[in-house]
Design a protein around this ligand. Sequence first.
Ligand code: COA
Length: 276
Amino acid sequence: MIQEAFNSDTLKGRVALITGGGSGIGFGIATAMVNAGAKVVIASRKTDVLEEAASKLKAIGGDVAWVQTDVREPEQVKRAVETAVDTFGGLDIMIANAAGNFVVPSATMSLNAWRTVIDIDLNGTFYCAQAAYPHLKASKFGGRLLAISTMRALEGWPGCAHAGAAKAGIISLIRSLSAEWGADGIRCNTIAPGAIGNTLGVQKIYEDQGDEVRRQQLAQIPLGELGRVEDIAAAAVYLCSALGDYVTGTDLVVDGGRQRRMQEGSGANGKKESAA
Ligand code: COA
């Protein structure tokens, strides 16, 4: 149903680069963008994952390329951007989606663990933004920079303090860029996914923590079910298409209402939340 909301003209002529595009939400966005007519480059660390993802995207008719990239390395991010430009003639959409996260108490988190998540999530997003900037500025459609946040960023994320801090930084960064780059026609936004099923993130942060955490999480969602990768992908297509032309500097929450329920919970009954 979600696929039918857009058609193969929705992103026709646009080129998108998606970090972390080989799996999870990134692959979902890549799939939706291919279906919406974009040419797509996926970038991540694992070549076997990229190869398999690219062949699936080609099987649905995609014009697709892949490039091995660790977003912690600015030179590799530049090379990924150059791959998109060299292969497809430009870059209209930069999706800084790659992320790392795991549950760990702050008191005992190693400094390298802290640095690793800040490096992937926050620094990686900045490297993507800066490397993509001249090409997004040149886009005839109006460039799009999209990053992934979480509502836990500004609420605080006990158990995932490194990722919460990095994502709060991403929200601030994207707001700054939306003001700095608006005159260049570049729309800069974040999407804040709630708990999205069939992703490594939800598996690591909720499902691996046991049935009680999973049950608590579902109870937090007014719509009563986990989100789907397609829900986030649809939001990404919207923001990156002409439909999103007048939207910049925003954080689009796609969470089945979880944010409202959590705010209600912390204010009304003061229940202590689990690590997740
Ligand atoms: N608990 C505590 N510390 C952890 C940890 C965990 N579950 N997982 C990793 N770390 C620590 C490591 O011990 C290491 O610190 P140290 O050198 O002091 O021991 C540091 O974090 C870096 O880990 P490492 O495995 O060397 O990094 P990596 O670059 O190979 O992997 C991760 C990066 C850690 C983010 C990895 O989990 C990953 O790439 N995951 C896939 C993406 C993902 O997490 N997706 C979900 C996004 S919501």
